[in-house]
Ligand binder design. Sequence first.
Ligand SMILES: Cc1ncc(COP(=O)(O)O)c(C=O)c1O
Length: 420
Amino acid sequence: MIRISKLAGSIQPSATLAAGAKARQLRQSGVKVFDFSLGEPDFNTPKHICLAAEKAALAGQTHYTPAAGTAEVKAAIARWYKKTHGYEFGPENVIVSNGAKHSIHNALAATVGPEDEVIISSPYWVSYSDLVSMTGATPVVVATTPESGFKMSPKQLRSAITPRTRLVMINSPCNPTGTVYTRAELAALIDVILTTDAAVLSDEIYEQLTFGTATPTCVATLRPGLTNRTITISGASKSYAMTGWRMGWAVAPKDVVKAMDTIQSQETSCPSSVSQAALIAALDGPQECVAEMRAEFAARRELTVSRLRAIPGLKLPTPDGAFYAFFDVSGFFGKTFGDKIVTDSLTFCNVLLEQAHVNLVPGIAFGAEGFVRMSFATSREVIEAGLSQLQKWLAGGNEAQSVAHGSQGVVPETQGVALG
Ligand SMILES: Cc1ncc(COP(=O)(O)O)c(C=O)c1O
């Protein structure tokens, strides 16, 4: 028998991927599922990007590249930041990885370890706490509420910082809440960090997906000299509908990039050569495709928010970015639906999927019990039909009187769902 390592045993599989797999299973058995679980655009990658990859492959760009990415892709990333944020840096400050998740993993592996603390505000993206734990460092969670728009205050941040704090993670626009901090709010957080020795890891992967008057901020450019202690993470997955190409990057001080480069050279040798060619086309090419996808996400956001607010008992702040609605369902806890009782966000999602075939992700996976996440990266028809189904199902809930809480809520076959 082969023993499984302590590391593998200590981390949870991604809850969002697990939720998607459950829905797929149900669909394969012939059930029509309204799947709002996955965090990826439903659009295909724009054609000019695919053609650039094809051209690169046919031209022989099918070999290993430098571990941190080609000179050409680094230059394209640098051009994009200069044009978009006035942020200038050299090739020694950028590294391309197999998706932003990989960039975050390598950034953490390069900068923190046992004895260190990393501050994360909750609700947080499912992978943050596990990625931190994998390094041996301790995630320190600062809980935020809908009342503050799910924003961490400078006071909260100040009281979470200890002499062991090495990194503060910021994610604006945020997955799962859609929260977008204003420039002034981020500057106030940065000013707290600047009174300490901590550094910043700013995950800006949804920066091209903001709505209404919300605008994204490139955190590294907020204060003079901040680039020396900021790791900016981003990628092509969300803005260019390129999840499967696995293109993410980090912009960081030279020594951090060098350490990440060394780690990556031993882990994966390099990111995919053809995906790098595709990324250059995405960043340098026409940007109308991004505007079109953003406009469609904006319309779906309006539809989602208005339909959810029309459901008695549901409350939600308007998401200003990304493509998620994150809402409080705790008012339904303790109710029975058919022969099942809902006691928490996990049983809520399990029973909802089993009975109404609507798939949401439990808030507990994001460090926020009482809530659920709905992705609106799916068609308006699916949103309309799925939310009608949700509304109908919620109306059928009855006050549970004689059934003990927690006794029947969990659907047996989904009991092991991950809480990543
Ligand atoms: C906040 C956030 N960061 C990073 C990622 C990772 O994206 P990828 O690895 O596809 O580039 C995701 C994906 O869901 C995300 O939501």
